[in-house]
Design a protein around this ligand. Structure first.
Ligand SMILES: NC(=O)c1ccc[n+]([C@@H]2O[C@H](COP(=O)([O-])OP(=O)(O)OC[C@H]3O[C@@H](n4cnc5c(N)ncnc54)[C@H](O)[C@@H]3O)[C@@H](O)[C@H]2O)c1
Length: 351
């Protein structure tokens, strides 16, 4: 039996849908945390009660705000700003699911509200808590791959069409967060090719190009709700080696390929028709990565932030930076031309 000492941290999870239910699962299993569930839909509350007997249930956040220290916002993206602002104005620490908001102005307002209230505003960039992504960052930053030439990320499946955002706002936050975390830099500009295939509202397939001038790296993101296979990969191509992070793999989530191509001088003038390249091939290795559920690590970090035990790794400022990229992507998709991200690239330490 685990004996928990110390104060109980009370957290309200707003939105008991697909993702909010996972927050409730991991927080309920976290020692010293008591969870209240808020959902405007009675059927969702009944599901929460059936799965977690004993949790408090509420139809509105106002009913429970006085009784909690932290609030997790897991409602659809379009409502994040209003729900988070309500909690911040009451002086509560807030963790908001990605994307932080659906406009730059709303994200700026939340960051400002948190600053004035002196509380944490944290963004749910879950992949920055994923041990495989952390390992990949370690590998990239160690120089083991050489200089990064480009990054290619794919996030495809027969996805869940969202009512209030398109596929870029729904899925690309993950890859923008991963790629900028690997490079420790936000992109300065983006180009987007997007397409609406099903329904009348939102693009469901998109390709984004992100330009990182400081690192001299280009990242290509492919996001889709309309693809037959579930693909979750990030490929980092370096001058010396290449690494593939495959989130669908059970035991080889990162593979490092000791391969590459080098330009070679052609000694023989008569052989000038030959392609002057030399190919290197070597081992494929896969580092051991112990499994820890990223959402549990993220929510545990939120609880630590509530208690002032740590600096927030994915603060609201970081969510704002990603929203700026998404906003630029919207402009780029509409105009067909590259769009500037609209703020000087900032290091991740600026929060
Ligand atoms: N980090 C990740 O990996 C990840 C994965 C999936 C979804 N998400 C994010 O989680 C959020 C929720 O997505 P989902 O797929 O679970 O949505 P969902 O539609 O399955 O669930 C949303 C729930 O919120 C409730 N709700 C809506 N507005 C509310 C309000 N104002 N007050 C109280 N309850 C309200 C709805 O009744 C519903 O139960 C989105 O922001 C999404 O982007 C994050």
């Amino acid at each position: 039996m685990t004996v928990v000492s110390g104060p109980v941290t009370r957290v309200a999870v707003v939105g008991y849908g697909y993702w909010g239910s996972k927050h409730v699962r991991v927080l309920s299993a976290t020692a010293g945390v008591s969870v209240a569930v808020v959902d405007q839909d009675e059927r969702r509350l009944a599901e929460a009660a059936a799965r977690h007997p004993g949790v408090q249930l509420h139809r509105g956040l106002a009913d429970v705000l006085d009784d909690v220290e932290g609030v997790v916002v897991a409602t659809p993206a379009g409502s994040h700003a209003a729900v988070a602002a309500q909690a911040l104005c009451a002086g509560r620490h807030v963790l908001v699911e990605k994307p932080l908001t659906t406009s730059v102005a709303d994200a700026e307002r939340l960051v400002d509200l948190a600053r004035r209230a002196g509380v944490h505003l944290m963004t749910g960039h879950t992949f920055e808590y994923n041990p495989a992504v952390r390992k990949l960052r370690e590998i990239v930053r160690s120089g083991a791959l050489g200089r990064t030439l480009y990054i290619d990320a794919q996030r495809l499946s027969l996805g869940r069409y969202q009512p209030d955002v398109d596929v870029v706002w729904d899925l690309a936050p993950h890859d923008i967060s991963i790629v900028s975390y690997l490079l420790d830099e936000m992109p300065a500009s983006t180009s987007v090719w997007a397409q609406r295939n099903v329904g009348i509202r939102h693009n469901d397939v998109a390709h984004l190009r992100l330009d990182f001038p400081g690192s001299r790296v280009t990242a290509y993101l492919h996001v889709s709700w309309l693809s037959p296979r579930k693909v979750r990969t990030v490929t980092v191509v370096g001058t010396r080696r290449m690494a593939v992070y495959d989130d669908m793999s059970d035991n080889e989530r990162i593979r490092i390929y000791d391969i590459g191509v080098d330009p070679a001088t052609v000694d023989d003038g008569d052989g000038a028709h030959a392609v002057p390249m030399t190919y290197r091939t070597g081992d494929i290795t896969s580092p051991y990565i112990a499994f820890e559920e990223p959402l549990a690590l993220q929510d545990g970090h939120f609880v630590d932030c509530i208690h002032g035990r740590t600096r927030c790794l994915t603060p609201g400022r970081r969510g704002l930076d990603v929203v700026r990229v998404l906003d630029a992507a919207g402009r780029a998709a509409a105009s067909g031309a590259p769009a500037g991200v609209g703020a000087a690239p900032v290091g991740l330490a600026a929060s």
